[in-house]
Structure formats: structure tokens, C-alpha cells
Design a protein around this ligand. Structure first.
Ligand code: ATP
Length: 318
């Protein structure tokens, strides 16, 4: 077993009646990492998180949190995890402070420790000003913060957040995202999302999940590098279409090309290089030799969105 591992999932499967929600997945999250579980609705993200948080038993496989088995040592695991479920079950009639104190006591903190910790997490989550407000009357953004404060109140090592920004407006999303980033300095965080920029911005590593399986796992930067092998070069050149096409046909490193008319004498060439080679310098020299004007020469970079769409594509087309 890996001493630095916070989460170790080995061959985890979860079947609901007649349906496999999670299918033989394995992954490890090291201490201090902030990992995104990215996938569309129904990918199995919530199921995986609920098993990790001891809310749901697995059908097969082993899951360990900080070295403790989630099935046999669930009390230990619960102490170490702060879990914010997707539809956070807050008590709408309670006041913020009262609710957090109640939750802290439920999690086994003494009365005194509860008071101290509630003050700390309210400050951390920007709730101090609304501490006497009734939860049901708060905006969704503030209710999410209460959920986050609840997840943090017992000082867990690992924070698991299931779609923490779902249903929030862009301002609220930004502030919850900043909160999560702040947590990452002293905690291990596993956060699920189907919002791509969220994974790109907040996570050091991303696991892309689809139909119960993990299709890709790497840092957002490395996933982009992998995709670079399929990158494209865009060149806008003032030259006749026939000459451009003939020119691209003669370069063996150009695997595919597409020439379309742009404004005036310019044509837009989209070139797919073989093995992702960067052909920009070569194209520039070639255009110079032939006396062609070039007004754009770029290499497209793939965002996580492209990767996500690419890895989930085969099934989307079914
Ligand atoms: P979402 O973003 O919509 O929450 P998700 O990636 O979290 O999606 P899960 O909620 O884990 O996905 O669901 C995975 C699959 O398991 C889905 O097909 C879902 O319909 C099914 N599922 C989830 N909970 C149950 C249940 N209690 N009984 C039967 N099927 C379930």
C-alpha cells in the first residue's frame, strides 16, 4: 500500500438492479492533490463519491481512505472525510450557526470544540454575516457555502464535493471555486463536475468518467499534450486555391488539409500534421519563397473540452 495515498480505489464496481453504474474502476489520489471527477450526467461520479464517503456499499472491489477500508472501518473513514453531496440535505428551518453547531455535535465534537470550529468555518466560507439567517431563506450560493462549512467543520483530511457549483450563477461559481482552491492548500480534495472550465481551473489532475468507466486520467496540461498529436495548423494565405492544394499535397508531413475561401485574395487552410508536428516555421518559409502574403499562422491548442468531447464521442454517436 502506498503511504502517501489518500484514496485508493481498486476494481470498484457498483450495480443497481439490472444496471452497472460503476464498472471496475481503479484510481489513486495522493495526499494534497486536488482531483476532478469529470463526466456527463449518469457517468457514475456521484455513485463513486457516495461509496467513498460510506453512504453506499460497493458491489465489488476495495476502497481505502487514508489506509482505512470504507467497508470495515467506516467510522474512521467518516471522521477523515468531509462530504458535500449533490443535493445537500440542509435543514431549511434552522439558522446557519445553529445548524452548523448541530452538525458538529453529530460528528462527535464537544460543545466547546463545536463552537470554536463553527466560528472558524463560518469565517472561512464567508458566512459570518448571515450566521443568524434561516437556511431556507438564503440564496443557493449561500446554501452551498453552508454545505461546504458543514463538510469542513470536523477538520477532515479529505474533502469530497459533489458538483459544488451546480445551479449557481457566475458570481457564485467564482466565489465557491475560490473557496475550493483555498482548501486545496491544506486538504486533499476530490470534486466532481460536468463543467469543464471548473476542472481545468481548479484541479491538478482530472479523471474523465463516462458510463461507469474512467476513460482518461492526467493533469489538464498532459491531457492537452496528448491531444496535441491531433492538433491543427491554421494558415491564411493570399494565393490561389489550386496552388495551395498542390503545395500541401507535396508535403508528406501534412496528413490532411482543407482550403476554404476567406476575404479578398486570402484562403484559409486547415492542416492536420502527421504526428502532431509543428509545421508553422516550414509554412512561413514556403510562403516567403513563393512570395505569398500570410496574415495568420496558428497552431490550435485543445482545451479540456475538446478532450472530453473526444473521449466520450464513440458512445454519443450511438
Ligand atoms: P449526475 O451528474 O447526473 O449526478 P453522475 O455521474 O453522478 O451523474 P450517478 O448519479 O452516479 O452519475 O449515476 C450513475 C448511473 O447509475 C445512472 O445511470 C443512474 O441512473 C444510476 N443510478 C444512480 N442511483 C441509482 C439508484 N439508487 N438506483 C438505480 N440506478 C441508479
Amino acid at each position: 500500500m502506498n503511504d502517501n495515498a489518500m484514496i485508493e480505489v481498486v476494481n470498484l464496481t457498483k450495480r443497481y438492479a439490472g444496471h452497472t453504474a460503476v464498472s471496475d474502476i481503479s484510481f489513486t489520489v495522493q495526499r494534497g492533490e486536488i482531483v476532478g471527477l469529470l463526466g456527463p450526467n449518469g457517468a457514475g461520479k456521484s455513485t463513486t463519491m457516495r461509496i467513498l464517503a460510506c453512504f453506499l456499499p460497493a458491489s465489488a472491489g476495495t476502497v481505502r481512505v487514508s489506509g482505512c477500508d470504507v467497508f470495515n472501518e467506516s467510522r474512521e473513514v467518516r471522521r477523515r472525510i468531509g462530504f458535500m453531496p449533490e443535493n445537500n440535505p440542509l435543514y431549511p428551518d434552522m439558522r446557519v450557526r445553529e445548524y452548523l453547531k448541530f452538525r458538529a455535535r453529530l460528528k462527535g465534537l464537544t460543545r466547546r470544540r463545536s463552537r470554536e470550529r463553527v466560528d472558524v468555518v463560518m469565517e472561512q466560507c464567508g458566512l459570518t454575516d448571515v450566521n443568524k439567517r434561516i437556511i431556507g431563506q438564503l440564496s443557493k450560493g449561500y446554501r452551498q457555502r453552508v454545505g461546504l462549512a458543514d463538510a469542513l467543520v470536523h477538520e477532515p483530511d479529505l474533502i469530497i464535493l459533489d458538483e459544488p457549483t451546480a445551479g449557481l450563477d457566475p458570481h457564485q461559481i467564482r466565489s465557491v471555486r475560490q473557496l475550493i482552491k483555498g482548501l486545496a492548500q491544506s486538504h486533499t480534495v476530490l470534486v466532481s463536475t460536468h463543467i469543464l472550465p471548473e476542472a481545468e481551473m481548479t484541479c491538478s489532475r482530472v479523471l474523465i468518467m463516462y458510463e461507469g468507466r474512467i476513460l482518461a486520467a492526467d493533469s489538464p496540461e498532459n491531457l492537452q499534450k496528448i491531444m496535441a498529436s491531433n492538433s491543427q495548423i491554421i494558415a491564411e494565405i493570399a494565393a490561389p486555391v489550386a496552388e495551395l492544394e498542390e503545395c500541401w499535397l507535396q508535403i508528406p508531413e501534412v496528413e490532411q488539409f482543407n482550403v476554404t475561401a476567406a476575404e479578398g485574395e486570402f484562403n484559409r487552410c486547415a492542416l492536420t500534421p502527421r504526428n502532431g508536428e509543428d509545421l508553422r516555421a516550414r509554412i512561413f518559409l514556403l510562403a516567403k519563397e513563393r512570395g505569398w502574403l500570410v496574415r495568420e499562422l496558428t497552431r490550435s491548442r485543445h482545451s479540456l473540452e475538446d478532450i472530453y468531447l473526444q473521449v466520450t464521442k464513440p458512445n454519443e454517436e450511438e
